[in-house]
Design a protein around this ligand. Sequence first.
Ligand code: G4F
Length: 344
Amino acid sequence: MAKTALVTGITGQDGAYLGKLLLEKGYRVVGGLRRSSVGAYTRLHELGIANDIEFAHLDLVELSNLMRSLERIKPDEIYNLAAQSFVGLSFEQPIYTADTDGLGVLRLLEALRQCAPTARFYQASTSEMFGKVQAVPQNERTPFHPRSPYGVAKLFAHWATVNYRESYGVHGTSGILFNHESPLRGREFVTRKITWSLAQLMVGRLDAVELGNLDAKRDWGYAGDYVAGMWLMLQQQQPDDYVLATGETRTIRAFVEAAARRLGLDIEWRGAGAHETGVDRQSGKTVVRVNPDYYRPAEVDLLIGDPTKAAVELGWKPKVGFDELVTLMVDADLKRARDNTNHV
Ligand code: G4F
């Protein structure tokens, strides 16, 4: 009989890619979504899977809803991808973020313990938990020091998953994923903001891109590779924690340069700090400006992951490299810009 997977956050980037992967593997996929989920089905339509998923109204703030849902769905595997996932917004909405990303996970674990105790559980943990990094590169043994309400909430959820594993024998696994991007990434995140905006600029619909801290460094991989890692984690006999990362890090500035290059622009940086601009050498046009409104009260300066454990124990390796990722994203956004489609 086909296995049933419940994917919370099915409408997000990772939910869409994971849903597709699980359908290809023959799973019955139940996608949990909030009534107010942003852009509800657009990503699922992009991947052509919207009609193959069963939807369940699910909200991590409502324990009774979670319990009834698990009793009804009877999942073999639960992938908890639902979250307020934008770090910037978590400074504006810290309590909501803690409720969904922290306590929400505890509610789901409680519901699982009582209503689906044999289901395997994947928690979407994050490299944001490393925050002010205590070691370079970061792996499963690196101490945490979160720098945002989002990171703090995710750390609570991470330890709740570990605790339910140790206390109640729940098959709970925590995937500590470094940044992973794609053409389906939300436009509020920096990579997609860059590719979307530069593409709009190319067709004359935008003047310049406004960004915050250009010096932060991130370890960026491709979301499609990372959801494959999530599935591998839940196929292990024993639950555990795993880092997924590429092992390479680049500045935001480097991402801008690479995306611009793909579009035939050659960026020269002028000025410094809040007055820095990115100018196209050929046209002399300013295409990037710094806007301090996008600075965060506390920043995560450097992330670079060590995915050795995932490579050795899961046989996981990222397939899409940085240049290919940038190309995928830029080309998709240039096509959208030319077609004037704003779906994702
Ligand atoms: O793209 P970001 O918003 O992603 P961030 O904060 O690293 O978080 C993402 O990755 C985490 C994994 O480590 C996930 F857990 C989380 O859910 C999310 O997917 O920002 C990346 C960097 C930051 O340092 C930010 O300050 O880009 C810098 N940045 C500079 N200008 C900007 C901007 N970020 C955004 N969103 N918008 C800007 O204009």
